[in-house]
Design a binder for this molecule. Structure first.
Ligand code: 3HC
Length: 377
C-alpha cells in the first residue's frame, strides 16, 4: 500500500515530532490540533529541532525548507483527513478522549485510510474496536524525542491484517527508524513495561531509603549506562504522561507496577516536568534543559532498580511478547541504554538480583522473580 499523505492528530510532544520526521523523508503531512495556538507552538518546536539538525549537518538548509513546506497545520479535521493514506493519532492518553476522536475521524476518513495510534499504554485491540476498521488499525509507538530515538514499537491488534502490519513496518523504515514487533498487546508493550515501573521504584527508594535524588540519578546514568537519570527522564517524558501510563497499565494488570503515591502527588500539584518548569527538578520553563549529573555523585548501589528492570524484561521473554534480542534492541534504541540489561545483571550477580526481589516480594506480587531469572541464577 502506498503512503503519500499522513495525518497526525495531536501536536504535542510526540505529535509534532512524528509530523517532522515524516515530512523529513518526503511525506506530505497534515498536523491537526483543536486550537491554532497549539499548532503554532508545535511549528515553533519543529523549527527549533530542524535548526538543530541543520547546525549538526544532519540536514541541509534546502532539505529543512522542503520539510517545513510539506507540513500543513489544521484545526478542521475534515480538511486534515482529506486524501490521507495513514492517520497517526497522538492525542493524550485518555480513553474517553480517544473514543471521541475516533468517532469524528470515522465520519471524515476516506476508505483507503489506515488508522494507527501512538498510544503508549492503551490496548490496541480495544482502541481498534472503537473504529469502523479494526482490521486496518495498528499501534505505531514512537519514543521521545521521535527526532532522535531510533526505536518504534509496532503493535498489531488481534485482527490487524498482515498487509497493514507490513505497511506500518515499511513506514517505520522509511522514516529511518528500527521497528520492533510487539507480539502481544500487553500493558506497556515492551519499553514502557520496563520504564514506567522503574520510575516508581526510584520514587519508592527516594522515600524509603532517604537517598538523594541526584545520587540515584547519577548512579542510573553512570552505573547502569542510561543517558539520563531516571527522575530526569521522568521529567523529560512528562509526569502527566508517566501518571496516565501508570493508571492505564495498573488498570489492565495489577502485577505490572507497584505505583508510588509520589507520582500522583506531583501530577496533582501540577509538577509536570520540563514542560512546565517543575517536576522532580526545577527547570527554565519550556526549554530543553539537562540535569548536570556528575560521576562522583553516583554513590548509590542501583541493584533494586536493576532487579526491577531485569525482572520485567524477563517477563516479556517468558510470556513470548518479545525475544531477548528485541528487548535489548528496544532498550538500546528506545531509551538509549549503553549496556545490555542482561550483561549488567550478570555482572551484578543473578543471585543478588533474585535475593533483592525475594525480599521485596513480601510486599506485593509485582516483585516475584520471573522464572527466567531463577533459571539464569
Ligand atoms: N531535535 C533535535 N535535536 C535535539 C532534540 C530534538 N528534539 N532534542 C535534543 N536535541 C539536541 C540537543 O539540543 C543537543 O544539541 P547541542 O549539542 O547543540 O546542545 C543534542 O541533541 C544532544 O543532546 P544532549 O546534549 O542532551 O545529549 P544526549 O547525548 O544525552 O542526547 C537524548 C539527548 C537523545 C534525549 C538522550 O539523552 C536520550 O536518549 N535520553 C533518553 C530518552 C528516552 O529514554 N526516551 C524514551 C522515553 S519513554 C517514551 O518516550 C515512551 C512514551 O510512551 C512514554
Amino acid at each position: 500500500m502506498k503512503i503519500e499523505k499522513i495525518t497526525v492528530l495531536g501536536s504535542g510532544t510526540m505529535g509534532h515530532g512524528i509530523a517532522q520526521i515524516s515530512a523529513m523523508v518526503g511525506y506530505k503531512v497534515a498536523l491537526r490540533d483543536i486550537d491554532q495556538s497549539f499548532l503554532d507552538k508545535a511549528m515553533e518546536k519543529i523549527r527549533w529541532s530542524i535548526n538543530k539538525l541543520v547546525e549538526k549537518n544532519k540536514l541541509s538548509r534546502e532539505e529543512a525548507d522542503a520539510t517545513l513546506a510539506r507540513i500543513t497545520t489544521h484545526v478542521d479535521l475534515k480538511e486534515a483527513l482529506r486524501d490521507s493514506d495513514l492517520v497517526i493519532e497522538a492525542v493524550p492518553e485518555d480513553l474517553n478522549l480517544k473514543k471521541k476522536v475516533y468517532s469524528e475521524v470515522d465520519r471524515y476518513a476516506e476508505e483507503k485510510t489506515i488508522y494507527a495510534s501512538n498510544t503508549s499504554t492503551l490496548p490496541i485491540t480495544e482502541l481498534a474496536s472503537l473504529t469502523s476498521r479494526p482490521n486496518r488499525f495498528i499501534g505505531i509507538h514512537f519514543f521521545n524525542p521521535p527526532q532522535l530515538m531510533k526505536l518504534v514499537e509496532v503493535i498489531p491488534s488481534s485482527s490487524t491484517e498482515q498487509e497493514i502490519i507490513d505497511t506500518a513496518i515499511g513506514y517505520v523504515r522509511k522514516v529511518e527508524k528500527e521497528p520492533v514487533l510487539c507480539k502481544k498487546d500487553v500493558a506497556g508493550f515492551i519499553v514502557n513495561r520496563i520504564f514506567i515501573p522503574l520510575v516508581h521504584e526510584a520514587a519508592w527508594i527516594l522515600e524509603e531509603e532517604k537517598v538523594e535524588m541526584r545520587s540515584i540519578d547519577a548512579s542510573v546514568k553512570y552505573k547502569l549506562g542510561f543517558p539520563m537519570g531516571i527522575f530526569e527522564l521522568a521529567d523529560y517524558t512528562g509526569i502527566d504522561v508517566v501518571h496516565k501510563a501508570t493508571v492505564e497499565m495498573h488498570a489492565r494488570d495489577k502485577k505490572v507496577i507497584n505505583p508510588s503515591p509520589l507520582i500522583e502527588k506531583l501530577y496533582k500539584e501540577n509538577r509536570l516536568g520540563q514542560k512546565n518548569g517543575k517536576g522532580f527538578y526545577d527547570y527554565q520553563q519550556g526549554s530543553y534543559t539537562r540535569i548536570d549529573l556528575k560521576e562522583d555523585e553516583a554513590t548509590y548501589d542501583p541493584i533494586r532498580l536493576l532487579a526491577v528492570a531485569i525482572n520485567n524484561a524477563s517477563w516479556l521473554i517468558t510470556n513470548d511478547v518479545s525475544s531477548k534480542e528485541d528487548v535489548e534492541k528496544a532498550l538500546r534504541l528506545g531509551m538509549g541504554l549503553r549496556y545490555s540489561v542482561f550483561e549488567l545483571a550478570k555482572n551484578y550477580g543473578y543471585d543478588r538480583i533474585v535475593n533483592t526481589l525475594n525480599k521485596l516480594s513480601i510486599r506485593t506480587e509485582f516483585y516475584k522473580p520471573d522464572p527466567l531469572l531463577i533459571k539464569l541464577k
